[in-house]
Every structure is written in structure tokens, then in C-alpha cells.
Design a protein around this ligand. Sequence first.
Ligand SMILES: Nc1ncnc2c1ncn2[C@@H]1O[C@H](COP(=O)(O)OP(=O)(O)OP(=O)(O)O)[C@@H](O)[C@H]1O
Length: 254
Amino acid sequence: MSDKGSIIYLEGVIVDYDGFKALNNLNFIVNYHELRVVIGPNGAGKTTLLDVICGKTKPVHGRVIFGKDVDLIGKREDEITKLGIGRKFQAPSIYSNLTVWENLDLSLKRDSKGVFVTLLSKSTPAERERIEATLETIGLQEHPHRRAGSLSHGQKQWLEIGMVILQDPALLLVDEPVAGMTDKETEQTGVLLQTLAEKHAVIVIEHDMEFVRQIARTVTVLHEGTVICEGTVDVIQANERVREIYLGRQKVGH
Ligand SMILES: Nc1ncnc2c1ncn2[C@@H]1O[C@H](COP(=O)(O)OP(=O)(O)OP(=O)(O)O)[C@@H](O)[C@H]1O
């Protein structure tokens, strides 16, 4: 896959729930090595957008193209994961009773034959190196042998991000990564996502405008299933339509 141009391209996408259009003729493009933040009021269609990209929800109309020409419509979720799209959901789904290292090891060898066989099999030096590098990236290099269940909320989120990036996705989807985090954890997560964007394209759904300001270069604003504004944080905060939509619901930034 060439790493020029768009990594994901949605055109005219409609998701219809009994006549209600959760996505309404949505056009959305993200390029390689981009860190894109998607914001929008409740019900705007943000989660549905990620659901369409990862194959969880099928549009009734439109195109979803990954890379140069891989049509994702009709593909199963596991096929899309294998093609190189990883998703970090809001709630961490780690093995609490296993250590940080074991969780990462399992994710790296996901295609192996189950948890116990994988944990008993010896890792190659290359696999150990990748796990060590990931521990550094997610800031857990001092805790490889800690039980995952004993980590702080923020550390659990980072561990799961580590598990997703060990699959080496070209495109990483992240749903509200800083919900419930302390200020310090939020800031560290911002640095982590920016580091990840050097290697992967990243799409982040976020509500916390202070965090959006910390990480975003380009922000897409969704409303009623369609894009109403796209640009830098300053551009979207100055946009009349965006201000109207958020008026009385949530302040757009500070
Ligand atoms: N399975 C479904 N059946 C019917 N309606 C749905 C379904 N899933 C989502 N919707 C509706 O589609 C709209 C968009 O939902 P979505 O979860 O994508 O919004 P969102 O922008 O992620 O909102 P939030 O910020 O509250 O998470 C909402 O009005 C929601 O109620």
C-alpha cells in the first residue's frame, strides 16, 4: 500500500435506522500520517462513522475506500482489522489477571492458538523487541510485570492502545481516549497520540475541547450525520454554524 494520498475516503455515506439517517450523505477524507479529531454534539454520528469504517455498521449508500482502492463495503470486521484498521474502544478490554507484558504478548500473537498456548510459547527476540518498544511508547516500561487489573485507569487505556498498535494498523480509530483520566494522564495521552501519528494515521473522537486543542491539527465537526466544518481549532471555533450548534449544549473551547 503506497502511503500517499488518502488512507480512508468516505463518499456519500448514508446509514439509515428505520428512516432516521445517523449518517446523511457524509463525505470524509483522512490522509496518511494524519491525526484527525472528530467532534460534534451528542447523536451527531461520530461513533457511527467509526462503526462504518471498521465494518460494524453497513451503510445503505455510499463508498468507503481504504488506501488507494480497497472497497470496505461488504467486508467483515475481522477482514477489515486484517487489512490494517485497528480500533480502541472507550472501555478497556484487557486481561486484568495477566501482566502488562502478557497482554501485549497475546495481542502480538493474536493469530496463535489461544491464551495458554500463546503464553507458554517462547517469544522470539524480534517479538520481545517489539513489545519492549511498545512499552516505551505507551509509557509502561517500568511496569511490564504488573497485573493489568492493578493499573490506573489511564495506564489501562495506554495498555490497550499498545495492544492495538502491536497489530500494526495503518489506521487507528480511538473513541474518547481521555474520558475519566486525570489532567496529567490526559496530557500524556495527547503526547502518545501525537507520537503514534508519526507512524499511523489516527482518527480520534473527542468531547474534551481542551484536549482537542492540545492534539489537533485538523478538526472535523459532525452534526446530524454530516460534516459542517473542517479546519484548525481556531477555524472551527470561529465558525458561526458550529457556535450555533453548540450553543446551550457545550461551550466550544475556551
Ligand atoms: N442501532 C441504532 N438504532 C437506531 N438508532 C441508532 C442506532 N445507533 C445509533 N443510533 C442513532 O444514531 C444517531 C447517531 O449516533 P452516534 O452514536 O453515532 O452519535 P455520536 O455522535 O457518537 O453521539 P455521542 O456523542 O452521544 O456518543 C443517534 O441519534 C443515535 O440515537
